[in-house]
Design a protein around this ligand. Structure first.
Ligand code: ATP
Ligand code: MG
Length: 639
C-alpha cells in the first residue's frame, strides 16, 4: 500500500460513512492545494496512522450539503473543523470555506502475504469521523487504476510462461486518467498524469467494445490499440496477429496525402488487402480458375448487383453449382464416374468462357476433360482433351462440337453434354438453343478485375498465415462490391475461427489473434442469429484465442447476448438516454450517465476492464504516427 497516500494531496475528512457511501468534509484551501476535486475523481481514505492497514477507495459522485441540524452531525463536523485547523497548521479556518462531498465506496485496499489486494466493498466502518481523505495523483493513481488482483496476476504469469515469456504478461498503455471535460487543474501544466494500461490478460482472447458517437475517437482508439499491441508484442517477442475490417479505408490509407495510418508505422508487418488492384495492396480476391466456386459466387453477386439484362442462359448460369460431385451421393461407382466426367466438362466450358471474356488464365494453364472416344474422333481426331488444351484450343474444340451437335448426340446420347455445359457453351459461343445471338460471355467482361490471375492459394488461408506470423492485416473494404465484401469478409472470419479451433481441438494452443470490426451493429446486431460466424467468434472466440474488438455508436442495436459477454468497455460521448440506458445496466456506468451525454470531448472514454471492478475515466492517447514509428523502432531493437 506504499505510496497510495500522498500527504500533499489531502482533501478532507470523512464525517459519515456506511457500506455504500461516504460523506466528506472538505475545505477550499485543501482542494486548491490538491489541484481541485473534480466530479468522479478517485479518493483514498485511511485512518491517520503511520501505516494504515486498509485504505478505502472512493469515487466522488457529487456535493453534499453540510447538515446544520442534528446534534451529533453538527458536533462531528465541528470536531472535524477543529482537526482541520490543526491539519492546516495555519490558524483557524473560515467556516464558509467548508463543504461536503458525496462519494461512492468502491472498495478497500489491503495487503495479504505481501500482495496488494482490492476488495470491492468495505468490511466494516467506524461511525466516528476518522478517515483522512486524499486525492491520489501520479504514481499512486497509476497504482490504483492499473491494479490487478493477485489471482489474476498469477494466472497472467502462468499464461506468460506458457508463451515462453519471462515475467508477467505484457500490458498495453492506452491513455491517462481524466475526470472531466474541463481539465485545467487535473491535467494541466505541472499535473502528474497517471497512465492507464490495458492488461494483455484482459485483452487477449477477450471481447472489447468501443462505443461512442461519430467523431469521438473510436477509430483512433482502435489504431492506438493496434499499435501498442504490436509494439508490446515486439518488445516481448510475442506474436499477436491483428486483423482490421476497415470499412472506410482509414487504416489502410491508400491516399498518399493522408497521414496517420498503421501501415506507415509498421511497413514491414502490415499487409493491406483490397478488392481492386492497387499498388501497395494485395488483392483480396481469388483466382477464378482455381477457386472455382468462390469465383462463380463472386460473378453471381456482381451480375445480380448490376443492372444488366439477363438472358435465360445467364439466369441458368447464375444458378449453377460448381461443387465437385461426391461419391457418397451416387448410387454406383459407374454413376459417380459419369457425374465426375460431366463436372469436368462443365468446368472446362466455364474456364474457356472465362478466358474468352478476358480473364487472364494463370501462367501455363491447361484445360483437361475426358469425352468418349467416338465423340473425340468426330470433333477433332488429332486432339485429346484429356492431355490438356490451351484455353484457345479448348475454345476451338467447343466451337466444333457445337457445329456438329446433332451428330454428337447420336453418338453420345442426348445427355453427353449435360444441361449446365450446354448453357455454358451457349454463353461461350454467344448463341442460344434456338441459334439466336446472345451477348453470352460478354456479360462477364466488366468484372474481370475481380479475378487475381497470379494467386495460387486461397486468399483466406494466406491471411490466416500472416496472422499466425503476428502480422497486422488490414482489409480495406472501402472499395468493391458490398455483397462480395461481406461474403469474403465472413469467409475470412470463418476460416480464422475454424483454423484456430482446429488447433485448440487438437490439444494445442492456437496463436493469439485480435479481430477489429467497425460498425459492429451491422454484423452482431440484435437480430443476428447466434450461429452466424460473427456472433460465434464474439461468443466462442476465447477458446480459439481470438480477441474481438468491436466499435459502434449504436449500443442498443447490438446483440444483448454479445454485450453481456463483453469483458472490456471503452465508452466516449453518447448522445441519448436510450444508449446510456443500455450501458447503465453494466457495472457502474450509471455514475457516468450525465457526463457521457454532456462531455463531447474526443477520446474521453470511460473504461471498464475485466481486471478493474469499476469504471475508470481515461483520455485515450492520440494515435501519432511519427511518435509511434520511433517507439516501434526502439521496441524492435529491444525485442
Ligand atoms: N484521443 C484523441 N485525442 C485527440 N484527437 C483525437 C483523439 N481521438 C480522435 N481524435 C481525432 O478526432 C477525429 C475523430 O476521431 P475518429 O475518427 O477516431 O472518430 P470515430 O469515433 O471513429 O468517428 P466515426 O464515427 O466517424 O468513425 C479525428 O480527426 C482524430 O484524429
Ligand atoms: Mg471511426
Amino acid at each position: 500500500m506504499d505510496g497510495l497516500i500522498q500527504e500533499g494531496q489531502f482533501v478532507g475528512w470523512t464525517y459519515q460513512m456506511d457500506y455504500e457511501q461516504a460523506l466528506i468534509l472538505t475545505c477550499d484551501d485543501w482542494k486548491l492545494r490538491a489541484r481541485g476535486v473534480p466530479l468522479h475523481c478517485f479518493l483514498v481514505a485511511a485512518k491517520k496512522a503511520e501505516a494504515p492497514r486498509e485504505i478505502v477507495l472512493m469515487r466522488v459522485t457529487g456535493a453534499a450539503a453540510l447538515p446544520q441540524d442534528g446534534e451529533a452531525a453538527r458536533a462531528k463536523i465541528e470536531a472535524c473543523q477543529g482537526r482541520a485547523a490543526d491539519q492546516a497548521g495555519d490558524g483557524a479556518k473560515d467556516e464558509f470555506q467548508f463543504g461536503g462531498l458525496k462519494c461512492r465506496v468502491l472498495g478497500t485496499f489491503y495487503e495479504r502475504e505481501g500482495r496488494l489486494r482490492l476488495g470491492s466493498d468495505i468490511e466494516s466502518y467506524d461511525s466516528a469521523a476518522q478517515l483522512a481523505v486524499y486525492r491520489p495523483v501520479g504514481a499512486a493513481l497509476e497504482k490504483i487504476v492499473n491494479h490487478i488482483s493477485p489471482e489474476r496476476a498469477i494466472a497472467a504469469e502462468e499464461e506468460a510462461r506458457r508463451l515462453g515469456l519471462k515475467g508477467e504478461l505484457p500490458r498495453f498503455p492506452i491513455g491517462t486518467v481524466r475526470y472531466s471535460s474541463t481539465d485545467r487543474q487535473q491535467r494541466g501544466e505541472g499535473a502528474e498524469p497517471a497512465a492507464f494500461h490495458l492488461n494483455a490478460v484482459d485483452f487477449l482472447a477477450r471481447r472489447t467494445a468501443v462505443f461512442g458517437m461519430t467523431r469521438t475517437g473510436k477509430s483512433n482508439t482502435v489504431k492506438q490499440l493496434v499499435s501498442v499491441v504490436k509494439r508490446t508484442g515486439m518488445e516481448r517477442g510475442l506474436e499477436i496477429g491483428q486483423i482490421i475490417y476497415d470499412l472506410n479505408g482509414e487504416y489502410a490509407n491508400a491516399n498518399q496525402q493522408d497521414q496517420g495510418s498503421i501501415a506507415k508505422v509498421y511497413p514491414e508487418d502490415t499487409i493491406r488487402y483490397r478488392m481492386i488492384p492497387t499498388p501497395g495492396f494485395e488483392l483480396m480476391l481469388n483466382n477464378f480458375y482455381r477457386q472455382i466456386s468462390e469465383g462463380h459466387n463472386t460473378l453471381r453477386g456482381l451480375i445480380e448487383g448490376s443492372k444488366l439484362t439477363r438472358s435465360a442462359d445467364i439466369e441458368a448460369f447464375l444458378n449453377m453449382d460448381f461443387e465437385e460431385p461426391r461419391k457418397e451421393d451416387s448410387n454406383s461407382d459407374h454413376e459417380y464416374q459419369r457425374q465426375l466426367a460431366q463436372h469436368r466438362l462443365k468446368l472446362a466450358a466455364y474456364q474457356t468462357m472465362l478466358t474468352r471474356a478476358g480473364y487472364e488464365p494463370p501462367p501455363g494453364f491447361e484445360i483437361r476433360f475426358e469425352v468418349n472416344p467416338g465423340i473425340r474422333q468426330k470433333v477433332n481426331r488429332t486432339v485429346d482433351p484429356a492431355n490438356g488444351l490451351t484455353p484457345a484450343q479448348a475454345y476451338d474444340w467447343f466451337d466444333m462440337a457445337r457445329q456438329i451437335q446433332e451428330e454428337l448426340i447420336t453418338i453420345g446420347g442426348a445427355s453427353w453434354i449435360g444441361p449446365d455445359t450446354n448453357v455454358l457453351m451457349n454463353l461461350l459461343l454467344q448463341k442460344n438453343d434456338q441459334g439466336g445471338y446472345i451477348p453470352g460471355f460478354r456479360l462477364l467482361q466488366p468484372f474481370k478485375d475481380y479475378h487475381a490471375p497470379n494467386r495460387n492459394t486461397d486468399v483466406c488461408s494466406e491471411i490466416y498465415d500472416h496472422l499466425t506470423a503476428g502480422k497486422i492485416v488490414i482489409l480495406d473494404l472501402s472499395v468493391g462490391d458490398p455483397a462480395q465484401r461481406e461474403r469474403l469478409g465472413k469467409r475470412i472470419a470463418r476460416l480464422i475461427f475454424q483454423n484456430s479451433m482446429a488447433v485448440f481441438n487438437a490439444g494445442r494452443l492456437p496463436p493469439h489473434m485480435v479481430v477489429y470490426v467497425e460498425e459492429a451493429h451491422n454484423i452482431i446486431g440484435r437480430d443476428a442469429a447466434l450461429t452466424e460466424i460473427w456472433p460465434t467468434i464474439a461468443k466462442e472466440g476465447a477458446k480459439a484465442r481470438i480477441a474481438m474488438v468491436y466499435a459502434t455508436q449504436e449500443v442498443s442495436s447490438l446483440h444483448p447476448n454479445i454485450l453481456a459477454n463483453t469483458e472490456n468497455f471503452l465508452v466516449s460521448h453518447l448522445n441519448n438516454e436510450n444508449e446510456i440506458g443500455e450501458l447503465a445496466r453494466y457495472y457502474d456506468f450509471r455514475d457516468f450517465a450525465v457526463s457521457l451525454i454532456r462531455a463531447q470531448d474526443v477520446g474521453f472514454a470511460r473504461v471498464k476492464t475485466l481486471s478493474n471492478p469499476f469504471v475508470i475515466p481515461v483520455q485515450i492517447d492520440k494515435f501519432d504516427p511519427e511518435r509511434e514509428k520511433q517507439r516501434a523502432a526502439s521496441a524492435k531493437a529491444k525485442g
